[in-house]
Design a protein around this ligand. Structure first.
Ligand SMILES: Nc1ncnc2c1ncn2[C@@H]1O[C@H](COP(=O)(O)OP(=O)(O)O)[C@@H](O)[C@H]1O
Ligand SMILES: [Mg+2]
Length: 256
């Protein structure tokens, strides 16, 4: 049985791909079975997981049918198996959206067919909501992580995120900046509105993430001791508790 974890947001550039890649790398580092499915036309996760070359073919590419996803599954230097998006266009995206709308169980069925080890956490990176493919990922997933940037846009769009996920989202504040009074106020507003659905870990704004992206690799492997590296260790620990079989971290008690 796979655990599907959709990573979504209603704000653009919220950090979905960043959170997906670094959290998955952190799980791999902790020897927890993990994989990533990239349903984001930006096609950037491969680089964040250390691949040098752009993934040309992927799950969103012309000529790759859902039952052919095994042909584009690849390993990455971070030890995270990846189904990259690949190069795509509007027509392909529309076709995939149509397939998912018509076949609600299709996403899980194709992932099950890959033969990943039982218990693998599969992170699904998505495009910004509202988006047909992202919405299908929300429906198919066991858990929904909503990335909320601690910005005015993040706060304004938080209501859309909560509505689109119909009470199933667990929100991860990103781009927190403790030295900014405005940022602290926004974080408190986001927490007050989200209540228990806001996870008890935040990701700080940290240049180490941009540097890791430029170098092509995760913070877990670089072990650089940055604030963001620590944040992802804490987020991984929270997720491990939340997704443990018989664990204490149900959707409603994310603060335990
Ligand atoms: N916590 C953070 N600190 C610094 N930069 C960040 C942080 N989170 C994201 N970024 C940067 O913001 C940009 C958008 O992030 P990305 O993960 O691509 O967003 P999305 O996938 O939601 O569009 C990237 O350049 C990324 O490096
Ligand atoms: Mg992205």
């Amino acid at each position: 049985m796979l655990t599907l974890i959709a990573v979504v947001s209603s704000a653009g550039g919220a950090g979905r791909s960043t959170v997906t890649a670094h959290l998955a790398a952190q799980l791999a580092h902790a020897r927890t079975p993990v994989a990533v499915l990239e349903l984001d036309a930006q096609n950037s996760i491969g680089a964040l997981l250390g691949l040098r070359e752009t993934c040309e073919q992927g799950v969103l590419s012309a000529g790759v049918a859902p039952d052919g996803w095994h042909t584009v599954l690849r390993d990455t230097p971070e030890g995270v198996p990846l189904l990259p998006a690949g190069r795509t266009d509007a027509k392909q995206l529309a076709a995939l959206g149509d397939w998912l709308r018509g076949d609600a169980g299709g996403l899980r069925r194709q992932l099950d067919a890959l033969g990943l080890p039982a218990g693998t956490r599969v992170f699904i990176d998505t495009q910004r909501l509202p988006d047909a493919i992202a919405q299908a990922a929300v429906v198919a997933a066991d858990r929904v992580l909503g990335v909320v940037p601690v910005t005015t846009t993040g706060y304004v769009t938080q209501v859309d995120l909560m509505a689109a996920c119909a009470g199933r989202v667990q929100m991860v504040p990103n781009l927190a900046a403790s030295n900014s009074p405005l940022n602290n106020d926004l974080l408190h507003l986001i927490q007050a509105r989200g209540g228990d659905a806001v996870v008890p870990v935040r990701i700080h704004r940290d240049d180490a993430l941009g540097m890791a992206a430029a170098k092509g690799g995760s913070l877990a492997r670089a072990a650089d001791g940055s604030q963001a590296a620590l944040d992802f260790i804490h987020l991984e620990a929270w997720l491990a508790r939340a997704t443990a079989p018989n664990g204490s971290g149900g959707q409603g008690d994310a603060r335990t």
